[in-house]
Design a protein around this ligand. Structure first.
Ligand SMILES: [Fe+2]
Ligand SMILES: [Fe+2]
Length: 316
């Protein structure tokens, strides 16, 4: 069994900037362990689980749209580093879509309308992928990725509030996803700037369109989930739930305001430079050193953060 000290002395370190040398990780989570009773996976804040479940329901279909849009853009990219990053984001998002489509099946076991929402989102994004020209496909993808990047930062920064006590597989899936959203958070933006430099008005329009789409999909799914959970019993509780959902979306919009500036670049965001999230840093290092990131229970989390030894992980 490896001690903390031995590991600390023998650690491979990930890149200092999370957006450099983006890896494609092929992780196989035990999604089949997530039963209908585990779907509200955050015991610390069950409402937040429903919000993120509601938001995440349509996201695998966007991720497949992203893969198609960036594959179409790939032959037009003349910068070798950006080309490699595009290959990496396509690899990461393909893995995300595969996992989250399985999560959707777990959601469907608890929420009667989840399957039809999932199917409708699939049809919508397949149609978009067929009709959207390259400029719109890359612009819409970059707009969407603004929010998955920001959500990645916000979610990791609120770990104690939302993840402190959570189902270990669902927690592992979301932490993995958010770490990778931060890692590739600049790629679609850079592809857009590479292919369509100076088209700021269109870029901003796509950010707004993406947010409206995310908000509509999330609100519809959250409303259904809140009803099934019995959180909506009359007008007052309905207002409370709508307020919660739009409050969370508003938070995302508030954090997104700097992206409308001409000088914005995700690579310069403080949270990927001098103010990096310690969980993100620890997760990337732990994975690189072959730590098991497929289930994040309390003991493994402590181990990953370097505050417990291997023995306590195996004892847990
Ligand atoms: Fe993703
Ligand atoms: Fe992404």
């Amino acid at each position: 069994m490896t001690s903390v000290v031995a590991l600390a002395n023998n650690r491979e370190m990930p890149s200092a900037h999370p957006m450099d040398d983006i890896p494609v990780r092929r992780l196989k989570f035990s999604v089949e362990d997530i039963g209908p009773g585990d779907v509200l996976w955050s015991r610390t804040d069950p409402r937040f689980s429903a919000f993120l479940n509601g938001l995440g329901l349509h996201v695998p279909h966007f991720e497949r749209y992203l893969c198609r849009a960036l594959a179409k853009a790939r032959p037009h990219i003349t910068d070798a580093r950006l080309g490699a990053d595009v290959d990496a984001i396509i690899g990461q998002e393909a893995q995300h879509a595969k996992t989250f489509l399985k999560v959707n099946r777990a959601l469907a076991a608890r929420y009667p309308k989840a399957e039809s929402f999932d199917t409708a989102a699939g049809e919508d994004f397949r149609r978009r992928a067929e009709v959207d020209d390259l400029r719109r496909a890359v612009g819409f993808t970059a707009g969407y990725e603004t929010f998955t990047f920001l959500a990645g930062l916000i979610i990791l920064d609120n770990h104690d509030r939302w993840f402190a006590d959570a189902h270990p597989v669902m927690k592992a899936i979301w932490v993995w996803h958010q770490v990778e959203e931060v890692e590739h958070g600049a790629v679609a933006f850079e592809v857009w700037q590479h292919l369509y430099p100076g088209q700021e008005a269109y870029r901003r329009r796509m950010i707004v369109e993406a947010l409206v789409h995310i908000a509509a999909e999330t609100a519809r799914a959250y409303w259904h989930m809140a009803r099934v959970e019995g959180w909506i019993r009359g007008p007052l509780t309905a207002v409370r739930e709508v307020g919660y959902c739009f409050g969370m979306l508003g938070r995302l919009l508030w954090r997104a305001l700097p992206v409308f500036r001409k000088s914005y670049h995700p690579r310069r965001h403080p949270l990927v430079n001098h103010a990096q999230n310690p969980i993100q840093v620890a997760w990337r290092r732990y994975f690189l050193n072959e730590g098991d990131v497929l289930k994040l229970d309390h003991a493994r989390m402590a181990r990953m953060m370097g505050i417990a030894d291997e023995a306590s992980v195996h004892a847990a």
